[in-house]
Design a protein around this ligand. Structure first.
Ligand SMILES: Nc1ncnc2c1ncn2[C@@H]1O[C@H](COP(=O)(O)OP(=O)(O)OP(=O)(O)O)[C@@H](O)[C@H]1O
Ligand SMILES: [Mg+2]
Length: 406
């Protein structure tokens, strides 16, 4: 059996998540491997301990490998939007062939041309995303391959990141024994899973509230317009609970997951929880309302900061597509109601639709696979001739496992 397998890896502040997807010939994806491992090597989305991060990657990869039934030699990697800059640029080339038919090589060359920008020494290019192609002055072209023309132009978005933050990430993955096949901005990965075509066009704010970070991105006219990462997330809620209820972080996390509610008024008046005490003391009784109050105040703060950030980007008014939440914190019961009230906009929670990974904690890792399929399908063996979309020249699929299964 021949298989087209690709691996997506999301190195988050609380967990490393590895997903292996099989690209079926009919264009669908099956999730065939999932691995998750708690990560203690990151703070606010940034690697602070290489060894711990390598260990978490290794554990998550091994778990996924057991499910897939073979080794995972390489992966696509999510890159968080902090320290990332989006730069608009154009590229122009002359169509090479004597018959003037535009080929994939011409498209790759024009995207390479769009990459030529003056970069400060501490930055490198993560990705180049074509917005539209222009053939002999005719714009709005989505896929120019096969067209006839003399001059091929591209209007592209160049994504750059700081070298130091990227290098540590790459080093951890390589030390865990995996080759990096390509990188995908986590925001773009999330959007693949979370946003509909209409939402992308109309204008929608995507908010990924994770453990240590909240990533806010704005999509409009089908493209990523703006991105900002706040160093605040669900781990702050946990530490507030630990301080407020005088308990350990571990207990606080458990209480949050088992009994947490996003707003005090949503909690039942008479409901209480038993809080285990150290050194054999009797458990303390805590009203659920008290827990909800702690969660609410921090969530309101996170949402307010997000709104301020959006205002700074120039989006004071809600966008027509509203707000889409994803990431672990969006699992908090009642968060949609609270967010609608605070942000005065329609809000929904998005998650992948596949059995086994139906949770917003998997949006990024699953989205990486979607993004690769979306942008790279033409590069896959067995998919040639069925171009699905614009190529991202940066990401070269190696079709690992193909040979093993031949
Ligand atoms: N059911 C739940 N209710 C409330 N919070 C939850 C729930 N499940 C997970 N969380 C919280 O979500 C956070 C983890 O989310 P996620 O896995 O998206 O983060 P991450 O990707 O590891 O971190 P980051 O994106 O910030 O680097 C943790 O703070 C966790 O407590
Ligand atoms: Mg995350």
């Amino acid at each position: 059996m021949r298989r087209n397998l690709i691996c997506g890896m999301d190195i988050g502040t609380t967990h490393v998540r590895v997903i292996v997807g099989e690209l079926n010939t009919d264009g669908t994806i099956s999730i065939v491997g999932v691995g998750t491992s708690p990560s203690n090597g990151l703070k606010k989305g940034v690697i602070v301990d290489l060894d711990k991060t390598v260990e978490a990657i290794t554990d998550a990869v091994e778990e996924a490998e057991r499910m897939v039934g073979s080794a995972i030699p390489s992966t696509f990697l999510g890159i968080i939007g902090s320290h990332v800059q989006l730069i608009d640029n154009r590229g122009v080339v002359a169509v090479a062939g004597a018959d003037k038919e535009i080929t994939e090589d011409d498209v790759e060359r024009v995207l390479q041309a769009a990459k030529v920008i003056a970069l400060p020494p501490d930055r490198e290019i993560i990705d180049v995303i074509p917005r539209e192609f222009i053939v002999d002055g005719y714009d709005g072209i989505y896929d120019p391959v096969g067209m006839i023309g003399v001059r091929l132009e591209v209007d592209a978005m160049v994504i750059t990141g700081t070298i130091t933050s990227l290098r540590n990430l790459y080093r951890c993955v390589e030390r865990a024994g995996l080759e990096i096949e390509g990188t995908v901005l986590t925001s773009l990965a999330n959007a693949e899973v979370a946003l509909s075509r209409d939402e992308l066009e109309l204008g929608t704010v995507l908010v990924d509230i994770g453990g240590g970070t909240t990533e806010i991105s704005v999509y409009q006219n089908g493209h990523l317009k703006n991105i900002s990462v706040l160093p605040i997330g669900g781990d702050h809620i946990t530490s507030d609970i630990a301080v407020g209820l005088k308990t350990t972080l571990q207990n606080a996390e458990r209480l949050k997951l088992d009994h947490g509610i996003a707003a005090q008024h949503l909690a039942a008046d008479d409901k209480t929880i038993e809080l285990p005490q150290i050194s054999g003391k009797k458990p303390r009784i805590v009203p659920v309302k008290e827990l909800a109050m702690i969660i609410e105040s921090r969530l309101v703060e996170i949402l307010h900061i997000a709104a301020e950030e959006l205002a700074e980007m120039g989006y004071q008014e809600p966008l027509p597509g509203g707000i889409v939440l994803t990431g672990g914190v969006s699992l908090t019961r009642g968060i949609v109601e609270l967010a609608e009230q605070v942000l005065q906009s329609s809000v929904r929670v998005a998650q992948p639709g596949y059995v086994g990974v139906k949770s917003p904690i998997y949006s990024t890792a699953v989205g990486i696979i979607h993004y690769i399929q979306h942008t790279q399908m033409h590069n896959l063996k067995g998919f040639r001739g069925s171009r699905a979309s614009i190529p991202g020249f940066f990401l070269k699929i190696k079709n690992w496992l193909l040979d093993m299964f031949d």
